[in-house]
Ligand binder design. Sequence first.
Ligand code: 4AD
Ligand code: MG
Length: 410
Amino acid sequence: MTTRSSGKIAFVVLRDGTGYLQAVLSKKDVSDAAWDAFGKLTQETSLEVTGTVRADPRAPGGGGVELTAADLTILGPSPDFPITPKEHGTAFLFEHRHLWLRSRRQVAIARVRHEVIQAIRDFFYERNFVLVDTPILTGAIGEAAGHLFATEYFDLGTAYLAQTGQLYVEAAAAALGKVYCFGPTFRAEKSKTRRHLTEFWMVEPEVAWNDSDANMKLQEEFVASIVARALERRKTELAELERDTAPLERIRPPFPRVSYTDAVEKLKALGSDIVWGQDIGGDEETLLAKQYDRPVLVYNYPRVVKAFYMKENPADPRTVLNNDMLAPEGYGEIIGGSQREDDYDKLLARIRAEQLPEEAYSWYLDLRKYGTFVHAGFGLGVERTVAWICGIPHVREAIAFPRTLYKLWP
Ligand code: 4AD
Ligand code: MG
């Protein structure tokens, strides 16, 4: 809460978790104790106020009402709240993240995140996907062996924190058809970019009988529906964040699609020195995505830069049937997805070629041994999506308590 006063009349902006409300105290109408209590108010004091609510469209709370206070009692004083209305450095704010969460911008971001997550759950629920919760403690299995967090696990050796639930939802798709998992995932990457966390939330749908093309269609509908939901229900929050919503209004299917090979040519024409066979890095993603006013789907990357489980492209075996989705406005990759290698021998050859621990993947290979089937899926990173929708520069503000290379506290 914040205060201002002019001798006989005082104003207090209150926050109660549902929104903001301005209370007005008039010295002549309240007890001396209440007027004294007002004088002692400091930022973030918790208090109880009673009074009469009046409609006032100009009221600063934004709710269209103001409270004429009859009484005011301090419940929890707040001496020297460290975060003041003046400018603070980012390091200071993150050290005080537990208190910074109370600021108007952070409250707005939290509500947009909440809406995005509900939009994700509703999208899949309405389309009859079954939620399957996948383990966080796993064997040596995932995206890339070098980026696993390890912990001792009783007599069974080492357990690793899940980088992805994908391999498990592939198993579940054989049972249930359309499934998804949604939870925290962990990457021990030493990346210091504004797009990387060591712990982030990822939603991963997996669909039996979808090929890569159907996979991309699902991604378009999915992302468009999340953005539309945020625009529809979080107008106030996006306004609080001063987000220009015009670019978000344009997010409607179909999204532009460009093959990796064409993307490399486009990037070269834009001045990049990328050569065919190299991964598209963060700066190049930004450069490429700037050419479009909607998210762009880049498909069929070289096999060597992508994960072992992606299906070989029958039309060009140097490439795989995958795609990334790059968000506009410089937000980079928000989705990675692919059709999965469903051929037992090819998958085993890939596991061996990448020198992955074969025993750890034996159950995954079983899925190709017993009634293999065409299937595809993708993973969307929640923090990158929230950062993009909110228009905030760094993913670490898109989660309440971010974990990065430098941050394990608070
Ligand atoms: O491209 P990724 O690594 O794909 C997978 O994990 C697949 N198993 C998904 C699947 O097909 N089921 O990650 C997917 C998305 C990225 O596009 C990005 O949005 C997010 O997860 N992501 C990160 N977000 C924050 N910090 C990181 N370190 C991230 N790594 C990936
Ligand atoms: Mg990726």
